[in-house]
Design a binder for this molecule. Structure first.
Ligand code: C2O
Ligand code: CU
Length: 494
């Protein structure tokens, strides 16, 4: 199989003292000088974390403020956020505020929206929180290594009027490629990872640790904010006999619904807010299983019910979130654009299935083939150049700055995206949230707002949005090895 098994490491029971899954630390505001301004300071630098369970020792990592994940930045809708980022690494860095609709200069893309932050320097980001929801922050410079070593943290923007729950919990999910002695495998950015499914690790963590149990009480209602901070791993979480309601995706409210197919699927960078009612009996244990990769299921954690129930039945409080102020696109009048992803291992094979046999390629195609010539060109490029992944036939190299598309500002746009590869790709657009309006020609049920859409092999997805945020914005795969191997481009909104 293509995906490695998570070894027994993650299944091992460890001591009860480490059992509670804590959310990150909330930083106090450092100044209340201006009403509504919240100031934070975070330091990117080396650290250590107890990732693998004892008796393993801790693992050298890179992180923010010495903590894994980085401190939870929590503000309220409408507040202004200022974060001074100090670089204590030996290399340059930046911070990208994933999913937040920020002004272009605050987007954290090195050489595109700012100069990278040099070692020893500090850069202050400042922007208004225009949407409530579950977001996160991470470097956008050599992110396949910087994120892979532990640089990321949750960023929560609270609604003015949040849904009522007993407890709110944030789980930052990640995975690691560790040696038997819990050292970091240093093979970041290797060509095999780049060509296949990215750096999928062998040790899965919740909030930076391998977890055994998460304590709950019967009758309790929890708002669970899930953030997939892994470089490449896709999660498909099964909560057993619990019926979670998905109330937000990528921070944006969605009509509350049961997860499609019973699994909460999160590609890298994606988030989901769940309402989880604890309906099992006091004293019971219910496993949360990751079933994304068929045949490679593993237990993420057990929900461990205490002996004293909070209440006998789930509360009947409403669960729907108020919408964020996103401009509504009009797909009927929208400008349409085509974006095709190709490359990777077996790229040519997929082309063969999609567009005819390999033998046809050099012989001039029929008219019907014309539309996919760009794809074939991409595959040819792949074979002749060092590039691995392509967007509309181009593999990005070094710092991408030339826009591949210019989108008229304040107009509706539909981007029809085709995944012409044999692999999954979580495709992320900066500066905007978009509605996912169709998959393989079929309208989506919830027309969900996302900033990262997971595309299956060979899938066609249409997204729609109003390009209301001027500037140059990245579009890239959030499997960070794919991004590094060419799968990124720039959209200009002007
Ligand atoms: Cu979360 Cu361009 O990134
Ligand atoms: Cu990808």
């Amino acid at each position: 199989m293509l995906y490695p098994r998570v070894p027994a490491l993650t299944r091992r029971t460890f001591l009860a003292s480490a059992a509670a899954v804590s959310a990150g630390v909330v930083l106090p505001p450092q100044s209340d000088a201006a009403a509504g301004l919240r100031e934070f300071r975070i330091r990117a630098g080396p650290g250590r974390a107890q990732i693998a369970p004892e008796p393993h020792g801790d693992t050298p990592i890179w992180c923010y403020d010495g903590s894994l994940p980085g401190p939870e930045i929590r503000i309220r809708l409408g507040e202004r956020l200022r974060v001074a980022v100090e670089n204590k690494l030996d290399e340059e860095t930046t911070v990208h505020w994933h999913g937040l609709r920020v002004p272009n200069a605050m987007d954290g893309v090195p050489h595109l929206t700012q100069a990278p932050i040099a070692p020893g320097e500090t850069f202050a980001y400042e922007f208004d929180a225009v949407d409530a929801g579950t977001f996160w922050y991470h470097p956008h410079h050599r992110s396949f290594e910087q994120v892979g070593r532990g640089l990321y943290g949750p960023l929560i923007v609270e609604e003015a009027d949040p849904v009522r729950v007993d407890r709110e919990v944030t789980w930052v999910l990640s995975d690691w490629r560790l040696t038997k002695t819990a050292e970091m495998r240093e093979d970041f950015g290797n060509r095999h990872d780049m060509m296949h499914n990215g750096r999928v690790g062998n040790t899965v963590t919740i909030n930076g640790r391998v977890r055994d149990v998460f304590q709950v009480r019967k009758g309790e209602r929890i708002r669970l904010r899930l953030i997939n901070a892994a470089n490449a791993r896709i999660f498909g979480l099964d909560f057993g006999n619990h019926q979670p309601a998905v109330i937000a995706l990528d921070g944006q409210p969605v009509e509350p619904h049961a997860p499609e197919g019973g699994l909460v699927v999160l590609g890298p960078a994606m988030r989901a807010d769940l309402i989880l009612d604890m309906t099992a009996d006091a004293g019971s244990r219910v496993s949360v299983i990751d079933r994304f990769y068929e045949g490679l299921e593993y237990r993420l954690v057990d929900l461990a019910y205490s002996d004293n129930p909070l209440r006998q039945a789930a509360p009947d409080w409403p669960v729907a979130l108020p919408p964020n102020p996103l401009p509504e696109p009009d797909p009927a009048s929208a400008v349409r654009h085509e974006v095709t992803f190709n490359g990777g291992m077996m790229g040519a094979m997929v082309m063969q299935e999609m567009g005819g046999s390999m033998g046809n390629r050099g012989e001039g195609s029929s008219g019907a083939m014309g539309g996919s010539m760009g794809n074939l060109g991409g595959t040819m490029n792949m074979m002749h150049s060092g590039g691995i992944w392509f967007i509309n036939g181009v593999a990005a190299e070094g710092h991408v700055m030339d826009p591949m598309l210019t989108l008229a500002q304040d107009k509706s746009h539909v981007i029809a995206m085709t995944n012409a590869t044999a692999w999954h790709h979580p495709i992320h657009l900066h500066g905007h949230s978009f509605r996912v309006i169709s998959r393989n020609g079929k309208s989506t049920r919830h027309r969900e707002w996302q900033d990262t859409v997971l595309m299956s092999p060979r899938e066609r997805v249409e997204i729609a949005f109003v390009a209301d945020n001027p500037g140059d914005w990245m579009l890239h795969c959030h499997i960070l090895e794919h991004q590094a191997a060419g799968m990124m481009g720039v959209f200009r909104v002007a």
